[in-house]
Design a protein around this ligand. Structure first.
Ligand code: ATP
Length: 306
């Protein structure tokens, strides 16, 4: 049996360009891998079977639409072998929370099945298979911090110094990522700026953000965090504003919606600061739970063989 640990992500920059003819948006996406993560185990099995545990387990589809199951089948097809594996997801990443939990499980299943089936697939090939599964899957393989261009799948690793301390406030219920992108387009139309490729400037990585990461400076990073989907997530879920305000009042250096939400992310000065923000958030009644974590951490990796 193989056990793989895989991180969730927060977007420290999420720049959303205009709506393309193919229905996607060009993104300037700076992914940051945090220690809050899932564990996926792969054991010998007959066909692909899947089980899931954790507080959100009931929300995870266990059929062939699950990204972990799709990853197992894709890897087997690539090598021309039968997909025989019993997968289990120990789920800690909030489901539909804007932290790419499904993508993380897809990446973890690729790594776990690769080890179980003794395939030693080269990383560039795993990254290509990951991109077929979804835009956020390649980053979950790489981890660390990376700039994602295109739909987010064209990755450049970025230099980072030290460790940053985060708190994630998990909301009740998820938000659909496509619905949040649609709301972003709608808000742009309503504001009169337009939502197409011709009207919205192509986003680019913010040099101040890259410098803050490279310097390991949380105060500078706090000043540079941006998420172009935040207004759309707040429009669909106005109560998130109370959560963001509660974390800021408790001393967070910055608060932002994680990806498409509804999870809210808070950057703290240090580990003690993060603890204080988490306690205040838990007491505030504005979220279901608050997790203290840190990053960056590596991507999907084998942590156990039995
Ligand atoms: P992202 O940040 O990449 O937009 P998310 O974190 O908002 O994603 P996910 O937790 O990845 O959302 O789940 C989105 C949907 O994907 C779920 O509602 C579920 O139907 C489906 N899904 C497929 N595979 C998984 C998985 N392994 N874990 C959780 N959800 C999954």
């Amino acid at each position: 049996m193989i056990t793989v640990r895989v991180p969730a992500k927060v977007n420290v920059q999420l720049g959303v360009g205009g709506l393309r003819a193919d229905g996607f948006h060009d993104l300037a996406n700076v992914f940051f891998a945090v220690a809050l993560g899932d564990e996926v185990t792969a054991a010998p099995g007959q066909g692909v079977t899947l089980t899931c545990s954790g507080p959100d387990a009931a929300l995870v589809p266990l059929d062939d639409s699950n990204l972990a199951a799709r990853a197992a089948r894709l890897l087997a097809a690539h090598h021309g072998i039968e997909p025989n594996v019993a997968l289990h997801i120990a789920k800690a990443i909030p489901v539909a929370g804007g932290m790419a939990g499904g993508s993380a499980d897809g990446a973890a299943a690729l790594v776990a099945c690769d080890a179980l089936w003794d395939l030693t697939t080269p990383l560039p090939v795993l990254l290509e298979l990951a991109a077929e599964l979804g835009s956020d899957v390649p980053f979950a393989l790489l981890g660390g911090v990376a700039l994602g261009r295109g739909r987010g799948e064209l990755l450049t690793p970025l230099p980072v110094a030290g460790t940053f301390h985060w708190v994630f406030a998990v909301a009740d219920g998820g938000l659909s990522t496509p619905a949040v992108f649609r709301e972003c387009d709608r808000l742009r139309e309503a504001a009169g700026t337009g939502s197409g490729e011709a009207e919205v400037p192509t986003p680019d990585a913010d040099p101040a953000l890259l410098a803050a990461l490279a310097a390991g400076d949380p105060v500078a990073l706090a000043g540079a965090l941006t998420n172009d989907l935040q207004a759309a997530a707040l429009s669909l879920r106005p109560a998130l504003a109370d959560c963001l305000a509660a974390g800021t009042a408790a001393g967070a250096l910055a608060a932002l919606v994680s990806g498409s939400g509804p999870t809210c992310a808070f950057l703290a000065k240090d580990a003690l600061g993060a603890q204080a923000v988490a306690e205040a958030l838990a007491a505030s009644g504005t979220c279901r739970t608050a997790h203290v974590t840190h990053g960056p951490v590596p991507g999907a990796q084998v942590i156990g063989r039995a």
